[in-house]
Design a protein around this ligand. Structure first.
Ligand code: PEP
Ligand code: MG
Length: 591
């Protein structure tokens, strides 16, 4: 039995499907028969050729979209993929040692790593990173599993086509998030990542039980193993005995039954038991999520994370591609209502052409709006695409990671100038697109009054606000206990921000993960929040919860929470209140 962090509720019993990094220290693999050598070399050469063509297109696109300077970096990737000494070394390993091509690549990579380890200069470290990128690209073509994302290989043969699997991986990269759609995934277990990491957000948005921070799990599980994932308790069992297996199967059935029952409320209004209206919106990453938002009964999209378009795009999406993509999402979204957030890359979400390698502190560094400011062409193109898409629905534009008023003013100037340009060019756009600020850096929360005077609306990004308030990395399981929403500091800050919005009459949404967690929601509703944006799978639960509580009751709960001094007290108090309000919904709260 393994214990990790419960990041997405529910119980699942199923079969493991392990995904390794191309560079995971696995045993050397050799070909079953020497007669396969030529085929293996041909397979490798094909993967190299495909990678080379891909890189050439990539370099051209980057030069067009971002500029020659950015494209230069990738020209060195082209040199690496065409480097004869690298290719012949792989050939030699396949021919003389009968290594599989992927194994030969791993050996070559290990050789480079050992050589470069002796050299301290940054230049060589970057070069090693470049080699790694290229080898990882070749590797993903070799495994013929590009749907698992770059740099990953499946462990062992397994026909997963029609069997739901429990995905086991060291980490799930944001770039893999969407392609996972091709596998039928019933559960997710990862070694790293916390409650608001991308694997967690992905799992929750699809309603898939998940546990993170399970150190060592990849070395214990083999593809095909039977497993249990308990996303309420953060427990993972490998090869359980038949008694345990049937006990968990029963829990799994109960959980599904409850979900099936809750989804029936999709057409009911979102109101508290005494009739206070609330808006339940969805956080989405792509078109499929927009459709899910509709099926669960969300009234709109409160957060579209546009970085997923960039993370999964072969190169850089241009203005037209972005426009078409936003338009499609708006057309599929409930009430054609979508809040589109501009790029929030950096931190744990990087694309090779934006963001620096080896940032010592990626979440505190060159991320999000900071990165957009340094790529004005890219930023302006995104704003143009969003403004143009604004003709097709009720669209708002949201700016992430705003830290100081100066940044907000700069953003406002850029938006005004972009509108002037569009008008001058005669390009139609949505004149009513509102602009808003994500309040997710404590500095912005503290200076909220000044911010509110210069923006149309705000959206509280509690995932980041919690990590920055507590100085605790949201992706690091070692500090996960400090990254929880149920704490005195976070509720005090939220109270301050919500009161300021009420005073100024500014619309406010909360779009962090706590908007879908029952105990937090009881308190937030009591503090006066009326717009919640969450992973679509939670909408039915939160609707049911709010319909079971009166406004006065929630206000009493919130008032009491604000008097409590420790997280433990808050957790205990809210758990009891939740049980009183609705005894069945506790299973959905993994916070
Ligand atoms: C947040 O920070 O709360 C948020 C919603 O944005 P993200 O999780 O994408 O950083
Ligand atoms: Mg954020």
């Amino acid at each position: 039995m393994f214990k990790g962090i419960a990041v997405s509720p529910g119980v699942v019993v199923g079969v493991a499907y392990r995904v390794d990094s191309v560079f995971a220290p696995t045993e050397k693999q050799t070909l079953a028969d020497p007669s396969l050598v030529d085929d293996e070399i041909a397979k490798f050469d094909h993967a190299v050729a495909v990678t080379s063509v891909e890189l050439e297109t990539f370099v051209q696109k980057i030069a067009q979209q971002l500029g020659q300077a950015e494209a230069e970096i990738f020209k060195s990737h082209l040199q690496i993929v065409n480097d004869q000494s690298l290719l012949s070394r792989v050939h030699e390993l396949i021919r003389t040692h009968q290594n599989t091509a992927i194994s030969a690549l791993q050996i070559v990579m290990q050789g480079f790593t050992a050589t470069f380890a002796q050299i301290q200069q940054d230049h060589f470290r970057d070069r090693l990173g470049d080699i790694r990128d290229v080898i990882s690209k070749i590797g993903s073509h070799l495994t013929l599993q590009p749907n698992l994302g770059p740099g990953t290989v499946a462990n062992g043969e397994f026909d997963h086509q029609d069997q739901p699997v429990i995905l086991v991986a060291h980490e799930i990269l944001p770039s893999q998030a969407i392609s996972l759609g091709n596998l039928v995934i019933a559960g997710i277990v990862t070694e790293i990542g916390g409650g608001t990491s991308h694997a967690a957000i992905l799992a929750r948005s699809r309603g898939i039980p998940a546990v993170s921070g399970v150190i060592g799990i990849t070395s214990q599980v083999t593809t095909g193993d039977h497993m249990v994932v308990d996303g309420r308790e953060g427990v993972v069992l490998i090869r359980p005995d038949s008694e345990t297996n049937s006990a968990y199967r029963k829990l799994q059935r109960e959980f599904f039954n409850l979900k099936d029952r809750l989804i029936l409320n999709r057409d009911l209004p979102s109101i508290s038991s005494d009739g206070t209206q609330v808006e339940l919106l969805a956080n989405i990453n792509n078109v499929t999520d927009a459709q899910t938002a509709m099926t669960v009964g969300a009234t709109g999209v409160g957060l579209l994370r546009t970085e997923y378009l960039f993370l999964t795009h072969q190169d850089v999406p241009d203005e037209e591609e972005q426009y078409q993509y936003y338009r499609q999402i708006i057309e599929d979204a409930p009430n054609k209502t979508v809040t589109i957030r501009t790029l929030d890359l950096g931190g744990d979400k990087t694309v090779p052409y934006l963001g620096r390698r080896n940032e010592p502190n990626p979440f505190m560094g060159w991320r999000s709006i900071r990165l957009s400011f340094e790529h004005p062409r890219l930023f302006e193109r995104q704003i143009r695409a969003i403004l143009r898409s604004g003709r097709h629905g009720r669209v708002s534009m949201l700016f992430p990671m705003i830290t100081r008023l100066e940044e907000l003013r700069q953003v406002n100037l850029i938006v005004e100038e972009t509108k002037r340009n569009l008008r001058r060019e005669g390009v139609p756009f949505g004149e009513n697109v509102k602009t808003g600020v994500m309040v997710e850096v404590p500095a912005a929360a503290i200076c909220i009054d000044a911010i509110l005077r210069e923006t149309d609306f705000i959206s509280i990004g509690s995932n980041d606000l919690i990590q920055y308030l507590n100085a605790a990395d949201r992706d690091n399981p070692k500090v996960a206990h400090l990254c929880e929403p149920l704490s005195p500091a976070i509720f005090k800050v939220l109270q301050m921000v919500l009161e300021a919005c009420q005073r100024m009459g500014t619309p406010v949404t909360l779009c962090g993960e706590m908007a879908g967690q029952p105990r937090s929601v009881l308190t937030l509703f009591g503090l006066g929040l009326r717009r919640f944006s969450m992973s679509p799978a939670f909408v039915p639960t939160i609707k049911e919860l709010l319909s079971s509580v009166t406004t006065a009751q929630a206000e009493r709960f919130a008032h009491h929470v604000l008097q409590l001094k420790t997280s433990e007290e808050i957790r205990g108090y809210l758990t009891s209140r939740l049980r009183e309000v609705s005894s069945t919904l506790e299973v959905f709260d993994s916070a």
